[in-house]
Design a protein around this ligand. Structure first.
Ligand code: FES
Length: 102
């Protein structure tokens, strides 16, 4: 499995993507309909978007909604599992930081 987005014009299946745009801490990130927010971020090259209590950087671990490592704030709602949340055009993702330094 590749974490990198295969553009529709380079995909041998011939699919037609419907693009969407989300923001991560205010920075626009492009994705396509059908991706989860985690896959939008992974395809953008982002491997972590949360800092845990011990300062460790966290992102996708299980990828199936069990571990809660991938949580972030989405449209003002905290602790959303990005691996389970379908991306919607205009979603606003805010990274979370729960390190002791905060
Ligand atoms: S990666 Fe485990 S819940 Fe999302």
């Amino acid at each position: 499995m590749s974490a990198h987005l295969i553009r529709a014009d380079g995909d041998s299946v011939g699919r037609a993507d419907r693009p969407l745009l989300v923001t991560v801490d205010g920075t626009p990130v492009a994705g396509v309909q059908g991706q989860t927010l985690a896959t939008v971020l992974l395809a953008d090259g982002q491997s972590h978007w949360r800092t845990g209590a011990n300062g460790g950087r966290r992102g996708v671990f299980c990828g199936i909604g069990v571990c809660f490592d991938c949580v972030a704030t989405v449209n003002g709602v905290p602790d959303v599992r990005l691996c389970r949340r379908p991306a919607r055009d205009g979603d606003r993702v805010t990274t979370q930081n729960r390190s002791a330094a905060q």
